[in-house]
Design a protein around this ligand. Sequence first.
Ligand code: SAH
Length: 375
Amino acid sequence: MSENPALLSEIKQLIKSAGPMPVWRYMELCLMHPRHGYYVSRDPLGREGDFITAPEVSQMFGELLGLWAASVWKAIGSPPLLRLIEIGPGRGTLMADAIRALRVVPPLHHALSIHLVEVSPVLRQKQKEALLTSRSIAWHNDIDEVPDGPSVIFANEYFDVLPIHQAVKGSDGWHERTVEFDGSGELVFGIAPQPIPHFEVLLPALVRAAPLGAVFEWRPDAEIMKIASRVRDQEGAALIIDYGHLRSDVGDTFQAIANHSFADPLKNAGEADVTAHVDFQALARATEDLGARVHGPVQQGEFLKRLGIETRAQTLMAKATPEVAEDIASALQRLVGGGRGGMGQMFKVLGVTEPNLTTLAGFAAETADGHSETP
Ligand code: SAH
């Protein structure tokens, strides 16, 4: 693993002229630099790539999400047009599997208008190839460009690539964490000399009580606000799936992944996927502040089981050769299982709808007193 020399020298140049850069700016350049960014210059997904996502593990994932979209469509009165929107669609696998599954609901299949929000030209090309047979597809750079109308929105492993800010707790307050370079020209972390003004009052109590040296990470609310305000004002629902934590807390989760293993985020600029865990409490809070309804978050394993993934796996296995049946069983385990390599507990699912949609497939029903009921 090595860094991209052109990107590294540009980052150093920027630090030389403007001083240490905040972690979020470094992360943004690594991922989305217009020429050398990790996502701009390659397809990182799949077995030969750097990491595998749930839709790449098994077709069952996208199929179940397609059927989930059908349940939302029915719940909102089966409108004649449904915009199926995916943010950060990768290779287009989830969308292709979802659309195929929806052939069993012809009126909805006819009602679909597909919208992919993607900034990477390489991945847009992959998505075109994956979705050749589908009509009515449009690409956008931002979800705000998608025309009005009822929608179902998917975002799988999208929020983790959005740049994070990091702050480090000092005796005089919280300081923004930065990236700079040392005497030998290596990139290293630093902290801004002045504390961030009035930072502490904005923090959840658990975080405020953290010891000196603790790191707190956050993302701007802009993306979740666009999603939440869309489903609040226009019918439909959004599903956000990612790895992360249920409660806002301290901890440094800034990491790089290359060739399916962890790497140093400061050593592989532009050549590794740099991500950070998603703070689901922060997403839920921003959603509720806007007056939209939050469902969950629940663990991915629980969510997929409620949507019937085990039955679906059995159906597929019954028709398969023994080797393929074994692959299906291990894919199922990977998607719903816990422990090492299992996505079932590490990944969480958050649903967002307008305030009056009280039940949503895959999430526990809410009782009259507002508490969740486990079915
Ligand atoms: N959802 C896919 C891919 C996850 S990788 C899957 O599960 O396989 C992250 C995706 O988000 C990629 O498609 C990447 O190009 C896209 N992406 C990253 N930043 C983005 C941004 N700011 N706007 C739109 N898409 C973005």
